[in-house]
Design a protein around this ligand. Structure first.
Ligand SMILES: [Fe+2]
Length: 280
């Protein structure tokens, strides 16, 4: 079916204008998935989904990841918040790396395909979410650079992310982070569609086979390149919004806000469909 869409920026983001009942019917879901892959992020205004509607709409797009909680419950819905009174026992706690550019769950061989957010409590100031289209950023690289980058692989870990955020960490802290493991990913992801995107962000530790200074410089330059304004959409949240992003072709981050303000968004996440890792 043809969707009624408006581009948010020329290279990233579309708003979809659709009736809520039609959205929930699932009839538009294949077209929405296709648009998401092309545009990196899609938004809907005034949808005002309940938790059940969020689960149901997410499920119409593909299988959802579930989280197991200490009370034995399994749920696809995750509360994204720093408000401890809202977090369920068994959740790992909200990752501070969210304030830095990243892709979700790069510790998996098959990272999640996409996530969908529905706001419950918004911050009075800040808290905008930004998305950078890493397909578009790759497409604009000089051809000679594309060729050399495609050969490179990168060590990703939670430890790498924390080391950047907490440079003075103790040996004990570092040992704790290291337990979370690592993955080697290609710097350039060739998707099964043939399209290519850059894989980078706060979890990127170093480029294999490159000295540390050159590796830091390269990853830093590529991050700056991919987060130029033409590739980035900044979402200013309103209650009732629904937003989804393609985790395989974008990076995202949240802009700062008061951590005590109770900001809370509910999220469901689509299971990944395509492996990224090139080695154990
Ligand atoms: Fe994230």
């Amino acid at each position: 079916m043809a969707l009624n869409t408006v581009d948010l920026k020329p290279r990233v983001g579309s708003e979809i204008r659709i009736d809520k009942a039609e959205l929930l019917s699932g009839g538009a879901s294949p077209a929405i998935r296709q648009l998401l892959e092309q545009r990196g992020v899609v938004i809907f205004h005034g949808v005002d989904f309940s938790d059940d509607e969020l689960r149901s709409f997410g499920g119409s797009l593909g299988p959802l990841q579930t989280t197991g909680y200490d009370d034995g419950a399994q749920d696809a819905l995750v509360k994204v918040t720093f408000d401890k009174s809202q977090q369920r026992a068994g959740t790992a706690g909200y990752f501070r790396g969210t304030f830095h550019w990243h892709m979700d769950e790069l510790h998996r061989d098959v990272p999640p395909l996409a996530s969908i957010l529905s706001p419950r409590v918004l911050s009075p100031a800040g808290g905008e979410t930004e998305f950078a289209n890493t397909y578009a950023a790759y497409a604009d690289l000089p051809e000679s650079e594309k060729k050399s980058l495609e050969k490179l692989t990168v060590y990703h870990s939670v430890e790498s992310a924390y080391r950047k955020m907490i440079p003075e960490a103790s040996e004990e802290q570092i040992a704790e982070w290291r337990k979370k493991g690592h993955k080697i990913h290609p710097l350039i992801w060739t998707h099964r569609t043939g399209r290519k995107s850059i894989v980078n962000g706060i979890t990127a530790g170093y480029v294999l086979g490159m000295n540390r200074r050159d590796s830091d410089a390269l990853l830093g330059q590529l991050l700056d390149w991919a987060t130029q304004p033409q590739y980035v959409y900044q979402h200013q949240w309103q209650m009732g919004d629904l937003l989804m992003w393609d985790n395989t072709g974008t990076m995202h981050r949240v802009l700062g806000y008061d951590l005590d303000c109770g900001r809370r968004l509910h999220r469901v996440t689509l299971v990944g469909e395509e492996p990224l890792a090139v080695a154990a």
